[in-house]
Design a protein around this ligand. Structure first.
Ligand code: URP
Ligand code: ZN
Ligand code: ZN
Ligand code: ZN
Length: 509
């Protein structure tokens, strides 16, 4: 066999195994896994010696916001499909699932999907898919849910908060019922929007408008309550599978764990901000407007919550660690976070700060640096929560998230060797994250100055090296990234269980 690319002498890590293996790649696919060193002399167009390094399936980040116009009526998110996916590959992520946002004023989901395709097509460095973001659950949108799977979209997101997007319980129920019928996974942003509007008004009346009060306006109880309500509504609609996104706190985590223990198909993700940032240090601590750099929803919580989120990641309550990359510039006077600074409010007004922080590029290195906190088999767990489970839950597996010869795309991330003796390159002991080394189009990172232990040495997408840290950095091409049509979820056979249960029937309640 003549290979296009061979990776020799590396240690391969999947969600289930760690083994020294060589990888032979033909075209876009993994063709062969072979004993370590056995392909060192194979006939190949390119050979990469990964001695002392780890080779993993490329990262799959299923929660990124790119180029969303008019986010919550507060301007466009900072990264385009081009800059956001460029940032992804530089951080070892080869597939992102972004959002196709339907505005409240727009009746059609399919029109929103077409618009998102128009922005992404020809502009991506990584492969990509879409979730529909349902901002208007009117009759047309509900009818169009049935058309999503044939367009390769098998998930949608709804909101229990944000004035511009919040759905009432009856709309949520209608979406859940329609999604269930069509094997579409419903992702839910669970915070009680009415309570936080009420709290925001009260804080404002007392002059508490600085960025740090963002946390006061959405305490953990709002997330706990909404999570509980979401789980109850899903249970009512004949156990419709749901996914709680960006879970930040112990209370919500407990609700999810309890539902899972009862056997309800409830899935959850958490994000780096809830593992690595805290309210004390990043919202209450900084002076003046600086805290705006950590305004996201839910906000970073206290140390006890952070510990509970780590436990949930270890014990499987959270299937995934996704970034919720949703950047706004700090210094841009038109659409950035600083846009909310006025003469009357020199420290800004938290009500007007767009919610979200960047993180698609730092997700894997931050997680890698913390692997000792993951599990007894931390490297397999790292792959599971940053790649494989997302691929399974969102219908990308085993094309993505795996190293299966003949089936999996040759999407790989090669980490720098742990030992300095390795010949391919030096170690990265002491590497510090700074915004200047990142590839997003955002003027800050919330992780400025944080140390990490490793960084992707190479990222490969469908057989092509697209990131070469010791070489020219980004070596992939804009437009090489493809839209990936997704199947229905395969994690834990969720749709098989729904089929066995039969259709939702209110008469049976
Ligand atoms: O603050 C956040 N999380 N912004 C992104 C939008 C969302 O709710 O996921
Ligand atoms: Zn209603
Ligand atoms: Zn959200
Ligand atoms: Zn988000």
């Amino acid at each position: 066999t003549e290979y296009d690319l061979v990776i020799t002498n590396g240690v391969c890590v999947t969600a289930s195994d760690i083994a020294a293996l060589d990888i032979g790649i033909c075209g876009e696919k993994i063709a062969l896994l072979a004993p370590s060193g056995s392909l060192a002399k194979a006939s190949t167009k390119r050979l990469i010696d990964a001695e002392g390094g780890y080779v993993m399936p490329g990262g799959v980040d299923c929660h990124v916001h790119l180029q969303e116009p008019n986010m919550f009526g507060k301007g466009c998110s900072a990264d385009t499909f081009e800059t956001g996916t460029r940032s992804a590959i530089a951080g070892g992520t080869t597939t992102v699932v972004a959002f196709a946002p339907q505005q409240r004023t727009e009746p059609s989901l399919l029109a929103a999907l077409d618009a998102a395709h128009g922005l992404a097509r020809g502009n991506c460095y990584s492969d990509y898919g879409f979730h529909l973001l349902v901002g208007n659950a009117g009759e047309q949108a509900l009818n169009e849910i049935a058309k999503l799977p044939e367009r390769g979209v098998t998930s949608l997101k709804i909101f229990m908060t944000y004035e511009a997007l919040q759905l009432c319980d009856c709309d949520i129920l209608s979406v859940l019922a329609e999604a269930r019928t069509n094997k579409v996974l419903t992702m839910i942003h669970a915070e009680n929007g009415d309570v936080l509007t009420w709290l925001t008004d009260r804080l404002e009346k007392r002059g508490f408008v600085a960025p740090r009060y963002h946390a006061h306006s959405r305490p953990p109880l709002l997330e706990d309550e909404a999570t509980n309500r979401a789980i109850a509504l899903a249970e009512l609609v004949a156990q419709t599978p749901i996914l709680l996104v960006h879970v930040s706190d112990a209370g919500a985590t407990r609700r999810i764990r309890e539902a899972q223990t009862r056997g309800q198909p409830v899935f959850a993700e958490t994000c780096p901000q809830y593992l690595f940032l805290t309210r004390e240090e990043h919202l209450d601590g900084p002076h003046g407007f600086e805290a705006a750099k950590h305004v996201c929803s839910p906000p970073p919580r206290d140390k006890a919550a952070q510990a509970a989120i780590w436990t949930g990641l270890r014990n499987g309550t959270f299937a995934m660690l996704n970034s919720d990359h949703c950047p706004f510039n700090y210094d841009d006077n038109f659409t950035g976070k600083k846009a909310c600074i006025t003469e009357e409010f020199p420290a800004g007004r938290f009500r007007h700060i767009p919610n979200g922080i960047p993180g698609v590029e730092t997700r894997l290195p931050l997680a890698f640096a913390a692997i000792d906190r993951l599990d007894r088999l931390p490297l397999t767990k790292l792959v599971e929560v940053t790649s494989t489970n997302a691929a399974k839950l969102y219908g990308l597996y085993p094309k993505k998230g795996a190293l299966m010869p003949g089936l999996s795309d040759a999407d790989l991330v090669v980490w720098y060797p742990n030992e300095g003796s390795a010949k391919s390159s030096a170690t990265l002991d002491g590497l510090t994250i700074t915004n200047s080394m990142l590839h997003h189009d955002v003027d800050y990172t919330p992780y400025e100055g944080r140390g990490v232990t490793n960084w992707p040495r190479y990222t490969m997408l469908r057989g092509k090296v697209v990131w070469d840290r010791d070489g020219e950095g980004i070596v992939g091409d804009k437009g090489y990234g493809q839209f990936i049509e997704r199947e229905s979820s395969t994690l834990n056979d969720i749709w098989q269980r729904v089929e066995e249960a039969g259709p939702f029937d209110e008469e049976k309640l």
